[in-house]
Design a protein around this ligand. Structure first.
Ligand SMILES: Cc1cc2nc3c(=O)[nH]c(=O)nc-3n(C[C@H](O)[C@H](O)[C@H](O)COP(=O)(O)OP(=O)(O)OC[C@H]3O[C@@H](n4cnc5c(N)ncnc54)[C@H](O)[C@@H]3O)c2cc1C
Length: 399
């Protein structure tokens, strides 16, 4: 079995790389230092077509010319020069556009997608709450139907792209009642809604002070008596939680691509530095202790790339009849996310070590990569949650 990206994908990679190196790389360190979210660059990514890679042409997307694999290529290339802009793109498409594309009705798609796909607007994905992260079904946010409007009250936490100047709406999950599961036990009925950010009562609270991803936009959200029309429900009543979990399956592959970009950045930086930096009269790359660590980076890169791009190919193959099932995708996505993100964290530790004291200084990008990588093991499902999903996929009765 061979697994290679197509010539078209590799050509597309070159286009994105050129953009990333000319428009993002020279500024990434400053944006990180200043915690600056570069709105104009996000719009440029839209103009380049990066937000529309999985969207139909009728909303301005790439249609048949785009696919999930292309999105992963774009995220890898942007993430190689700037993880903050990589996650901005990943969340814009995987968490912002995809739920509306997958579950929105015609009117919702027509209202929101054209601006999101062109990069003139961003949407947030409001699942996590102060008391409900890995256990996102424990949501306390509530929506009540009062006189033909849904009234939403609650709070969301750590929401990417939710408070920028470009953010037009946030999709949120909320309890809409009580239902019974297959065993007859009562549980919360959770539905999803599209909330325009200019709705009274919706507040994006001040941005977090994060360890990394400084140039990415992340806020806590407050929803206080937020009134949205009855037709703001996204998808079927009571299916909100399931829809959001399915959205995360795709998102995990894309986070894997961001991790691949991080590992590549570590490898590129180390290769260059190991040829330049001299100790004991020779380049450090002559020392096995250093060279073997860099060899490990190459192994991490190749293995992570294979897992991520085969997961992306699985996602793309689902468009064909008789293709892989959602269950297969869940397992493949969890394996790819787990392996690639844990490898990325290890890769940044190795890169920092190869750079010695300079690796600890912000003047080199490996320090930023070291700070940025950790969250890859947390966002869109922690490593423990991925292991739980994989174990369940193997038929183990894990809680
Ligand atoms: C920068 C950033 C951006 C984010 N963006 C978004 C976003 O756009 N939208 C959104 O909805 N969320 C977002 N998140 C939230 C993210 O998805 C959650 O932080 C993550 O799912 C973990 O939830 P938690 O933080 O509540 O941790 P907890 O669920 O409290 O977990 C704490 C620890 O316990 C472990 N744990 C929990 N349950 C189990 C279990 N059953 N078995 C074993 N271990 C377990 C976890 O793995 C973790 O190590 C973002 C987070 C960050 C940091």
């Amino acid at each position: 079995m061979t697994f290679e990206l197509s010539r078209e994908h590799e050509e597309f990679r070159r286009v994105v790389r050129e953009f990333a190196e000319s428009q993002i790389a020279p500024h990434a360190s400053r944006w990180d230092r200043d915690h600056h979210f570069p709105t104009d660059v996000v719009q440029q990514m839209g103009k380049l077509g990066l937000m529309g890679l999985t969207a139909p042409e009728e909303y301005g997307g790439a249609g048949a010319d785009g696919d999930f694999t292309s999105l992963c290529v774009a995220i890898e290339e942007i993430g190689r020069v700037d993880q903050s802009m990589g996650i901005t793109l990943e969340a814009a498409v995987g968490l912002g556009i995809n739920p509306i594309l997958s579950y929105g009705d015609q009117a919702q798609k027509e209202r929101w997608l054209p601006d999101l796909v062109s990069g003139q607007a961003l949407a947030g994905f409001g699942l996590t709450e102060p008391g409900a992260g890995s256990d996102a079904g424990a949501t306390l946010t509530r929506a009540e139907l009062v006189d033909g409007a849904w009234v939403i009250n609650g709070a969301k936490q750590f929401i990417t792209n939710s408070g920028s100047d470009l953010t037009s709406c946030v999709t949120v999950t909320a309890r809409t009642g009580v239902t019974t599961d297959r065993t007859g036990a009562e549980r919360a009925e959770i539905s999803a809604f599209v909330v325009p950010t200019d709705t009274p009562g919706f507040t994006a609270e001040p941005a977090y002070d994060k360890l990394g991803w400084h140039a990415s936009d992340t806020h806590p959200l407050t929803l206080a008596d937020v009134h949205v029309p009855e037709d703001s429900m996204l998808g079927e009543r009571g299916r909100g939680y399931a829809q959001f979990l399915a959205t995360l399956d795709d998102g995990r592959i894309a986070i894997g691509a961001l991790a691949v970009g991080c590992i590549r950045a570590c490898l590129d930086a180390c290769l260059q530095y190991a040829g330049e930096r001299q100790t004991f009269g020779v380049p450090i790359g002559r020392k096995q202790g250093v060279a073997f660590q860099i060899a490990d980076l190459e192994v991490m890169l190749r293995a992570s790339r294979l897992l991520v791009y085969s997961a992306a190919a699985t996602k793309d193959a689902m468009r064909e009849s008789g293709g892989p099932t959602a269950r297969e995708l869940k397992q493949t996505a969890a394996v790819a996310k787990l392996y690639a993100t844990e490898s990325a964290v290890s890769a940044t530790r190795i890169a920092t070590q190869v750079f010695g004291g300079y690796g600890f200084m912000e003047e080199y990008p490996v320090a930023r990569l070291y700070r940025d990588a950790k969250v890859l093991e947390i966002g869109e499902g922690t490593s423990e949650v991925q292991r739980m999903l994989i174990a369940r996929g193997l038929g183990l009765p894990v809680e």
